[in-house]
Write a protein of this length. Structure first.
Length: 81
């Protein structure tokens, strides 16, 4: 896909998003790429933000997870309250 096609597709995706917080997150990411094309978005994360994936991986390794099926059950129960 060439640049004009990619831009058109991005515009289509943006038009599909109605949630303001999702649009804001997309805008924030786009701003980083547009104003700092040499930077990777990871370069702007705080040290605390960078630690989160490692903490999550450690929790998985230690078995501190909730199976997807259990999450669905909890979610369904929550929706009926």
């Amino acid at each position: 896909m060439d640049n004009p096609e990619i831009k058109k597709q991005l515009h289509n995706y943006i038009d599909m998003i109605e949630d303001e917080s999702q649009l804001q997150m997309l805008n924030d990411a786009a701003e980083v790429y547009a104003t700092n094309p040499q930077k990777d978005i990871l370069d702007i994360l705080t040290s605390d933000q960078l630690k989160k994936p490692a903490q999550a991986i450690k929790q998985v390794d230690e078995g501190k997870v909730v199976p997807h099926e259990d999450v669905i059950k909890i979610y369904r129960q929550w929706l009926t309250k």
